[in-house]
Design a protein around this ligand. Structure first.
Ligand SMILES: *[C@@H]1O[C@H](CO)[C@@H](O)[C@H](O)[C@H]1NC(C)=O
Ligand SMILES: *[C@@H]1O[C@H](CO)[C@@H](O)[C@H](O)[C@H]1NC(C)=O
Ligand SMILES: *[C@@H]1O[C@H](CO)[C@@H](O)[C@H](O)[C@H]1NC(C)=O
Ligand SMILES: *[C@@H]1O[C@H](CO)[C@@H](O)[C@H](O)[C@H]1NC(C)=O
Ligand SMILES: *[C@@H]1O[C@H](CO)[C@@H](O)[C@H](O)[C@H]1NC(C)=O
Ligand SMILES: *[C@@H]1O[C@H](CO)[C@@H](O)[C@H](O)[C@H]1NC(C)=O
Ligand SMILES: *[C@@H]1O[C@H](CO)[C@@H](O)[C@H](O)[C@H]1NC(C)=O
Length: 756
C-alpha cells in the first residue's frame, strides 16, 4: 500500500538535547553474555550503556537516566534495544562493552466469501473438520489494527480463551479493554518508534483500533467467523468467513497512518512471542537487505526458535524478477494469485445482444437505455465535456499506456458511463463512476454496433459476480518474484494463495469506496495484493497446527508446499499474467497454489531444525557478529556450514558468465524426508524432464517401515555452466503405491545472478 512508503524523516530532539546533532532511531544488538553481574536485568544494563555514551545529557544532572533515548528493550526478537542516537552517540556506542551491531530504523512496506470454496474447504470433510476449523490456535497479526465491532469477530459458540494465553486487550482512544472477546482475544499497539521519529506527532487514534482497514481485512481473512449476507455493494454476495473460523486472533498494531517503523514492528513480534501466539501473519516487508540487517528476518528467527509458524507476503513489485522481500529461509513467503471469480457488468445492446466486462462500480446505476457514442482514444477533453446524457466508448490502442488518461478524461467530463476497450485490465478495479472494461473482441462488436446504427442506445447492469472463471488460478502480475536477495540458495517464494479481489471485513467508518465525490461505507471491502494472500496461508497453517500440534514450522511449511497445485481449473499448468500467460515458473508462484485439504495429509515432510538454519548462516560466510545478531548466541556451531538447507524445493544456479563454451557443471543437493503417513510405505521418485538439464535422484526408491522414520536422498542437476534460458524448471515427485500421497517439489535452474 503506497500509504506506507513513507520517506524516513529524522528530527532533532531539540527540546531535550538542544546542542546535539540530528538523531536517528537505531536497533542495537548486544551480547547479553558479557552483561556485568551488577545489573539485575538487561533493561538496566542498556540504560546504563546509553547513559555512558551520552556525555552531554549526563552533564545536565548526575542522576540522568536517558529513558527518552531508549525506545524499546526487546526480550525475544533481538538481544538489545532500540534508541534515538546522534552520530556521535552511535560511534561511542560501538565501543561500549557488549555492542554487537546496529541498524538504522526504516519504514516497512505493507504490501472472503469465496476464497474458501475455491480452495476446496468444506465443512463436511477435509481440512476443516479434521482440524476442528483451527480450534484454539492463536494467530497473531502484525498490521494496522482492528475493528472489533466487525461481525467477523463475533465469538458466538466459542469456548473460553485457552489459559496459556498471556496477551491483553489494551484500551486507548476509542478502544476499550472490553472490545476483545473469545474470537479477538488480544489487541495491542506499538507507537514508540513512530513517536521517537517525530516527537511532535499527533497520532489520530492512539489505540489498537484500525484507522485504515488493512488489518481488519487481513485478520478476518485468516480467521474471521461466519457472516451471512456479506457483500461489497452487491458484489461477492454470500457468507463470509476466514480460512480458520475456529482460530483466535490477536492484533498487534504497528503500522500507523502516520508511518510504519521496524522498531515498532519488531516490538510487536516480541510481544506476540511473549503472549503465546502459534502463528504470526505479517503482510509487510523490507526490500534488499542481508539477513543480518533485516530486522524482520532477525525477529522471526526468535519466533521460529519458539516453534511459531511465520507467514509473510512476497511483496507487490512484480512482474520483474528479484523483487521479492521476506526471502528468509525460516519463514513462509506467499505470492498472490487470482480466484475463479470475476466482478462484471453487462452492457446490453438491445436486439444485438449483450457483452460482459470487468467492473466494480459500487454505486447504483439507472436501468434505462442511453445513447452510446464511440470516441476512440478519448483524448479530446473539450469534446468529451460537450457530450451529455450519453455513454462514451473509448479504445486503448495496443501497447499504449493511455488507459488511465482515458478513464480520467471520461470521469472528469461527467459522461453517463465509460466503456473502455482494453487488453491491459485483468482484474476488476473500483471506479468512482460507472465504468466497464471490455476485451478487444467484445469491444469490436460494440464499436460495430455503434457504427451501423443511426441512433445507437445501450444500458448497463452492474453488480454481477461470476464464478467458475477459467483458467484459474493465475499468477497475479504484481506479485514479487524471486530469487531471494538475502538467501538465493533457498528458492522463493514458497507458495501462492488468493490475493486478487479478496472480500473481507472492513471498518464501518472508513470509506470502502468512492461514488462520484461521495465516500461510501461498507462492512466488507474487496482489495488485492500479496497482503491478502499471506493471511490465507496463515489461516491454513493454523488448521495444520490444530491437527498436528507437535509439528515444527518447517514441517508445516513442507506440507503446504509439497501438496500444492501446479494445474489450473482447465487441467493446464498455472499461467502467469505477468509473463504473457506463459506457464508460471516457481520464481513467480513457488511450489504451487495452496491446497489445504491435501496439506493435511502430506505423506512425507522436509523438516528443518534451528541448527539447520544456523548451518545455512555459516554457509553464507557470515561473521561471528552477524551470526550473533540473528541467533542471539555468541557460540554458534559452524562445524557443518551448508547453503543446502533441507527444503522442499531446489534452485540451481548456472550463471558462470566466464564459462568455456559447452562446459558443464553438476550441482548437488542432499535431502532428508520424514514419513508422517501411517506405518510402512514405499515411495518412488520421478522427475519431469527439464530442457537441456539432466536431473538424477539417488536412491529413487525409499522404503519406510514406520511412522516418523527418516530417509536421505541426493538430487543432482547437470547442465551448462552458463544456462541459455533465464529459467528452466521441472518437478521432483515422490509417490507411494496407489498415489495415496504425492509429494512434489519444484526444481529451478537459472542463469540469474543476484548482484549486491
Ligand atoms: C468503553 O466502555 C465504557 C463502559 O462500558 C462505555 O461507556 C464506552 O462507551 C466504551 N467505549 C467504547 C469506545 O466502546
Ligand atoms: C515540536 O514542537 C515544538 C513546540 O511547538 C517546536 O518548537 C519544535 O520545533 C517542534 N519540533 C519538531 C521536530 O517539529
Ligand atoms: C443504492 O441503493 C440502495 C437501495 O436503495 C441504497 O441503500 C444505497 O445507499 C444506494 N447506494 C448508493 C451508493 O447510493
Ligand atoms: C477537440 O474537439 C473540439 C470540439 O469538438 C475541437 O474544436 C478541437 O479541434 C478538438 N481538438 C483536437 C486536438 O482535436
Ligand atoms: C564462503 O567461503 C567459502 C570459502 O572461502 C567459499 O568457497 C564460498 O563460495 C563462500 N560462500 C559464499 C556464499 O560466499
Ligand atoms: C557441532 O555440531 C557437530 C555436529 O554437527 C557436533 O558433532 C559437535 O559436537 C558440535 N560442537 C559443539 C561444540 O557443540
Ligand atoms: C558446442 O556444442 C554445439 C552443439 O553440440 C557444437 O555445435 C559446438 O561445436 C560446440 N562448441 C564447442 C566450442 O565445442
Amino acid at each position: 500500500m503506497a500509504k506506507h512508503l513513507y520517506v524516513c524523516v529524522s528530527f532533532t530532539i531539540s527540546f531535550i538535547f538542544i546542542q546535539l546533532a540530528k538523531a536517528d532511531n537505531y536497533i542495537v544488538h548486544m551480547d547479553l553474555s558479557v552483561m556485568p553481574k551488577a545489573f539485575s536485568n538487561q533493561h538496566s544494563w542498556y540504560l546504563a550503556t546509553l547513559s555512558s555514551v551520552s556525555p552531554n545529557s549526563r552533564a545536565k544532572t548526575n542522576t540522568y537516566i536517558p529513558f527518552s533515548k531508549l525506545i524499546y528493550t526487546y526480550n525475544h526478537v533481538i538481544q538489545g534495544f532500540s534508541a534515538s542516537l546522534t552520530p556521535a552517540e552511535l560511534e561511542a556506542l560501538k565501543n561500549a562493552p557488549g555492542y554487537v551491531s546496529s541498524v538504522k530504523d526504516t519504514t516497512v512496506k505493507v504490501d472472503t466469501t469465496h476464497s474458501f470454496k475455491f480452495l476446496g474447504l468444506n465443512s463436511a470433510k477435509g481440512a476443516w473438520p479434521v482440524s476442528n476449523f483451527g480450534k484454539d490456535v492463536i494467530i497473531g497479526v502484525i498490521d494496522t489494527g482492528v475493528w472489533p465491532e466487525s461481525e467477523s469477530f463475533n465469538d458466538n459458540g466459542m469456548t473460553d480463551v485457552p489459559s496459556r494465553w498471556k496477551g491483553a486487550c489494551e484500551s486507548g482512544s476509542q478502544f476499550n479493554s472490553s472490545s476483545c472477546n473469545k474470537k479477538l482475544i488480544g489487541a495491542r499497539s506499538f507507537s514508540k518508534g513512530l513517536i521517537a521519529h517525530n516527537p511532535n506527532i499527533t497520532i489520530s487514534l492512539n489505540s489498537p483500533r484500525d484507522t485504515e482497514g488493512h488489518g481488519t481485512h487481513t485478520s478476518t481473512t485468516a480467521a474471521g467467523t461466519y457472516v451471512k449476507d456479506a457483500s461489497f455493494f452487491g458484489y461477492a454476495t454470500g457468507t463470509a468467513r476466514g480460512m480458520a473460523p475456529g482460530a483466535r486472533v490477536a492484533m498487534y498494531k504497528a503500522l500507523w497512518e502516520e508511518g510504519a517503523f521496524t522498531t515498532d514492528v519488531i516490538a510487536a513480534i516480541d510481544q506476540a512471542i511473549t503472549d503465546g501466539v502459534d502463528v504470526l501473519s505479517m503482510s509487510l516487508g523490507l526490500d534488499e537487505l542481508e539477513l543480518y540487517e533485516d530486522p524482520i528476518a532477525i525477529a522471526t528467527f526468535a519466533a521460529i526458535q519458539k516453534n511459531i509458524f511465520v507467514s509473510t507476503s512476497a511483496g507487490n513489485e512484480g512482474p520483474d524478477v528479484e523483487t521479492l522481500h521476506n526471502g528468509t529461509p525460516w519463514v513462509l513467503t506467499v505470492a498472490a494469485g487470482t480466484m475463479d471469480r470475476d466482478f462484471v457488468a453487462t452492457l446490453n445492446l438491445g436486439s444485438k445482444g449483450s457483452v460482459n466486462g470487468l467492473a466494480l462500480y459500487p454505486g447504483n446505476f439507472s436501468s434505462s437505455q442511453f445513447s452510446i457514442v464511440f470516441k476512440d482514444a478519448c483524448d479530446n477533453t473539450t469534446e468529451l465535456r460537450e457530450i451529455t446524457q450519453k455513454m462514451v466508448v473509448c479504445r486503448d490502442p495496443d501497447g499504449d499506456d493511455s488507459l488511465n488518461d482515458q478513464v480520467n478524461n471520461v470521469h472528469l467530463a461527467g459522461n453517463t458511463a465509460g466503456v473502455f476497450i482494453t487488453n491491459t485490465v485483468d482484474i476488476s478495479v473500483q471506479t468512482p463512476f460507472p465504468a466497464i472494461f471490455l476485451e478487444q473482441k467484445d469491444g469490436d462488436a460494440v464499436v460495430d454496433f455503434i457504427k451501423t446504427n443511426t441512433d445507437p442506445k445501450a444500458s448497463i447492469e452492474f453488480k454481477k459476480t461470476i464464478l467458475g472463471i477459467k483458467p484459474s488460478p493465475r499468477v497475479a502480475s504484481y506479485t514479487s518474484r524471486g530469487p531471494s536477495y538475502s538467501c538465493p540458495s533457498v528458492l522463493k517464494p514458497d507458495i501462492m494463495a488468493p490475493g486478487d479481489s479478496v472480500l473481507a471485513a472492513w471498518p464501518t467508518n472508513i470509506a470502502a469506496a468512492r461514488v462520484n465525490d461521495d465516500l461510501v461505507f461498507s462492512n466488507f471491502n474487496i482489495i488485492s495484493g500479496t497482503s491478502m494472500a499471506c493471511p490465507h496461508v496463515s489461516g491454513i497453517a493454523a488448521l495444520l497446527k490444530a491437527a498436528y500440534p507437535d509439528w515444527s514450522p518447517a514441517a508445516i511449511r513442507s506440507a503446504l508446499m509439497t501438496t500444492s497445485d501446479q494445474i489450473d481449473n482447465t487441467g493446464s499448468l498455472i499461467k502467469d499474467i505477468g509473463d504473457n500467460l506463459q506457464p508460471a515458473t516457481p520464481l513467480a508462484m513457488g511450489a504451487g497454489h495452496v491446497n489445504p485439504n491435501k496439506a493435511l495429509d502430506p505423506g512425507l515432510v522436509y523438516d528443518a531444525t534451528v541448527q539447520d538454519y544456523v548451518n545455512l548462516l555459516c554457509g553464507l560466510n557470515f561473521t561471528a557478529k552477524q551470526m550473533e545478531t540473528i541467533t542471539k548466541s555468541s557460540s554458534n556451531n559452524c562445524s557443518n556450514p551448508s547453503l543446502d538447507l533441507n527444503y522442499p524445493s531446489f534452485i540451481a544456479f548456472f550463471n558462470d558468465r566466464d564459462a568455456k563454451p559447452n562446459s558443464t557443471a553438476m550441482l548437488k543437493f542432499q535431502r532428508t524426508v520424514t514419513n508422517v503417513g501411517d506405518g510402512s510405505s514405499t515411495y518412488r521418485a520421478s522427475v519431469t524432464p527439464i530442457n537441456g538439464l539432466k536431473v538424477t535422484v539417488e536412491p529413487d526408491v525409499l522404503v519406510f517401515k514406520a511412522k516418523y522414520e527418516k530417509k536421505n536422498f541426493k538430487l543432482s542437476v547437470e547442465g551448462p555452466r552458463q544456462l541459455n534460458e533465464a529459467v528452466s524448471f521441472g518437478y521432483l515427485t515422490w509417490e507411494d503405491s496407489g498415489r495415496r500421497h504425492v509429494v512434489r517439489s519444484p526444481i529451478v535452474a537459472t542463469s540469474y545472478k543476484i548482484e549486491k
